[in-house]
Design a protein around this ligand. Structure first.
Ligand code: KG4
Ligand code: ZN
Length: 345
């Protein structure tokens, strides 16, 4: 019998987080905001053979890894399963088959331990990663959120309320990194490989900025930039000329990232919010990290920039958002389903 009526909310609970929305099977354990363990088994190397994530391969890899990654996380945390106060899990957005593996496992675990199940939106998890980096962080803050599925600037006003201040009108920034990497012949995942290639390149090619010029809001668009890079490469190869991969990577990277950083600063200032955070895989980018750090310093804004391993997909961020929901008593029924799409707001 699964009965949560006698659950007492603890101020510093032990929360086990699970994440399986894409190609990382991840499990982490937090005590309050303190990370006790953070484990990942990735199928990225297998996916790289196909140039991107194959959903069926991801689902099978999660099935193979979920038990092992959970055992590892519990062991590394130095706890027993019976110490766990709640199980937080990503229910969406992501690949449905992949999500279902983590969600089903989490349901079984919560049920068998008699503890609350907490359903976490992946994107809220990326936002919550900042709480891990600075356990004293509290809203309000402005977040630059850039991943493979989302690109937005958000104003977090309370633990559960945020406003979307700007977002992409089409592709996400991470998607553009991945597509450009592919056209440049760089392997999956594209983002880190573009970054590496850009280190040896010069930012001398003019690509259209990801900033939407005609919009009164601070919107982004990545499809034009992506197409410009593809056309540039195709035109050169049609003429039999060699593409300078490093220069294209450096020029693309700047066109993709500068508007994100500039608009984040503009919005923090116009909203009178003095703390800026960042999250999502693209926030792992070295150029983004250095330009955002420099801009925040120049403008006197406090920057909470999660470590790289908490920007890319991980389960500690899911447990961190799980903690917010746990403290609010926001538990999920065991009937909760996975969702391929979850609205940003
Ligand atoms: O947050 P994430 O790990 O998964 C999603 O929720 O989508 O983000 C993945 C995206 C991919 O598009 C990947 O290429 C990009 O983040 N990414 C990067 C870097 N590391 C990961 N993009 C630019 N530079 C990086 N260093
Ligand atoms: Zn993600």
């Amino acid at each position: 019998m699964y009965d949560l009526s006698n659950i007492k909310i603890k101020p510093e609970p032990i929360i086990l987080g699970l994440e399986s929305s894409c190609d990382e099977t991840a499990c982490a354990v937090l005590r309050g905001r303190k990370i006790l363990s953070n484990c990942i088994i990735s199928s990225a190397a297998e996916q790289a053979k196909y140039g991107g994530v194959v959903p069926e391969i991801a689902s099978r890899a999660h099935t193979d890894a979920v038990d092992e990654v959970t055992s590892r996380a519990v062991k590394e945390a130095g706890i027993e399963l019976s110490d766990i106060d709640a199980v937080a899990v990503t229910y969406g957005a992501g690949l449905l088959g992949a999500l279902l593996v983590g969600l089903s496992f989490a349901k079984g675990l919560a049920y068998s331990l008699g503890v609350p199940l907490i359903a976490v939106s992946h994107i809220r998890g990326h936002l919550a990663a900042a709480y891990l980096d600075d356990p004293s962080l509290q809203p309000p803050f402005i977040t630059l959120l850039a991943s493979g599925g989302h690109t937005a600037i958000l104003h977090t006003k309370s633990y559960f309320g945020f406003e979307v201040l700007a977002q992409t009108l089409d592709d996400a920034a991470g998607e553009a990194f991945d597509k450009c990497a592919r056209v440049l012949g760089l392997p999956y995942p594209g983002g880190p490989n573009i970054q590496r290639a850009a280190e040896g390149g010069k930012d001398i090619i003019t690509f259209p900025s990801a900033q939407v010029r005609h919009s009164s809001s601070l919107a982004f668009s990545y499809s034009g930039l992506k197409t410009a890079v593809i056309n540039y490469c195709h035109n050169l190869s049609q003429r039999g000329e060699e593409v300078n991969v490093a220069d294209v990577a450096a020029s693309f990277q700047r066109a993709a990232i500068d508007p994100l950083v500039e608009n984040t600063i503009l919005l923090a200032k116009s909203r009178g919010v003095s703390t800026v955070t960042a999250g999502g895989g693209v926030a792992a980018n070295a150029y983004l990290r250095s330009t955002l750090s420099a801009a925040c310093k120049r403008e006197g804004l406090k920057l909470v920039l999660p470590r790289i391993k908490y920007c890319t997909d991980n389960a500690a961020m899911i447990a961190a958002e799980g903690l917010n929901k746990y403290l609010a008593g926001d538990f999920a029924p065991l009937t909760v389903n996975a969702a391929a799409q979850v609205p940003l707001k």
